[in-house]
Each structure stands twice: as C-alpha cells, then as structure tokens.
Design a protein around this ligand. Sequence first.
Ligand SMILES: C[S@@+](CC[C@H](N)C(=O)[O-])C[C@H]1O[C@@H](n2cnc3c(N)ncnc32)[C@H](O)[C@@H]1O
Length: 223
Amino acid sequence: MLNFIAKPTTRICMNTGVERSEFWESAFNEKGEMWGLEPAKSAIVTKDFFLDKSLKNILIPGIGYGRNAKVFYDAGMKVTGIEISQTAIEMAKKHYGDTLTIYHSSVTDMPYDTTLYDGIFCYALIHLLDEEERRKLINDCYNQLSANGYMVFTAVSKKASTFGQGKFISKDRYEIFDGVNMFFYDRESITAEFGKTGLFEIMEITENYPFYLIKCSKSTAHK
Ligand SMILES: C[S@@+](CC[C@H](N)C(=O)[O-])C[C@H]1O[C@@H](n2cnc3c(N)ncnc32)[C@H](O)[C@@H]1O
C-alpha cells in the first residue's frame, strides 16, 4: 500500500465525485491524522521558495487536515484551502482554528472565488485525477494565479517501486488498490501537462515515495 494514500477497509470506487468524497471521508474517519502533523519536505521547500519571492496569499488545493498549511501561515502567509472531506476540514479546524479558510468541495469544480493568489501549493493530489481532471486543475490553478505568481505541484514519480503494479487503466495510470487510480509521472509527461502553464523547474524529492516537485510561474521571467 502507498502510505501517502489512506486505504479504507470498505471498497469505494472513485469514478464519480460522490464516490471520491466517500473514499476520503471513510479514510479520514478510520485513520484520523494519517500522515501525522509534521509538514511534508515539499511543503518546507515550497514555503522557503514562496518566502524568497515574498508571496503572501496562498491557495492549497487538497489541503487535507492542514499539516502542510501550518508552515505557510507560520511564515506570515494567508492560507486558503480546498478539500473534499468534511472530516479532514473539521480536523484542520481543531488543530489550526480559524487561521485557515477552507472550501468544502472538489478541485474539479474550481474556481471557488475570484481571488488571484500569488502562490499555489498542491501536494500529492494531481496524480489521483484522470487526464481531463488533471488538465482542468492545472489550467484552473494557473488562471487563479496573480501576475508574477507561482504554483508548485508535487506528484508521484514513475521511479516509485509501485509503478506498474495493480490493474492497468491507461498509459502510466494504474489502479493501485481497490478503487484508487494513480498516474505516475516522468519528465516527459510533466513537460506535456505543465509546459503551457509557465513550467520552469522540475525537482526530484523523496517523501514516502519518490516525488517530483513541479514549479510553474506566471511571470515571463522564466520563459
Ligand atoms: C494524498 S492526500 C494529501 C493531503 C495533504 N495535502 C497532506 O499531505 O496532508 C490528498 C488530499 O486531497 C483531498 N482530495 C482528494 N480528491 C480531491 C478533490 N477532487 N478535491 C479536493 N480535495 C481532494 C483528499 O481528501 C486528501 O486530503
């Protein structure tokens, strides 16, 4: 099992938004704060990068129970999240109070406000989506970036030992366990998917599994 995903004991297929929401509800209900309260390495790297760029207003799609949000608001940034699980949102409120604004819904229906954010950080979510949903998420995030804003995504790499295991769905996409499909990235697919939205750096970073940290900018400076 991939331990950046919670596997609930009941089988729920994530083919629709409702099933996806039930999957995450079930996972957070059964396992609580399943990744602990420490931020992921990628969140710390991204916080330092956002600080260096003096970014102040941050959006975190798939914010979970907020463990990755804390480093940003501790550094003086305002954080807004989007999260499909009400249970995760309640856990975030318990730990972090009203310091976070969180929209309870799916990223597939973005945008939820007309704010232009100067930073977007999306951790370990995009690889759970299908091709059309990934395309829409990337474009929706890019459209919600202010001029000179930056967006950073993390996504699982084809170097993960689990790549190629489970039921084949489509190229580089597998059902890794009951009902959870995952798209495994390499530099080529990152360039194909993010190439038109200001992609300027691809870093490799090891979390529980090998991930890519994908940086895009709305400024022309990197083009
Ligand atoms: C792999 S977890 C990462 C959570 C969080 N970023 C962290 O590391 O603490 C993916 C998160 O995205 C949420 N999620 C999954 N699909 C979503 C969707 N379509 N819209 C919004 N949130 C979603 C899940 O509930 C979960 O909190």
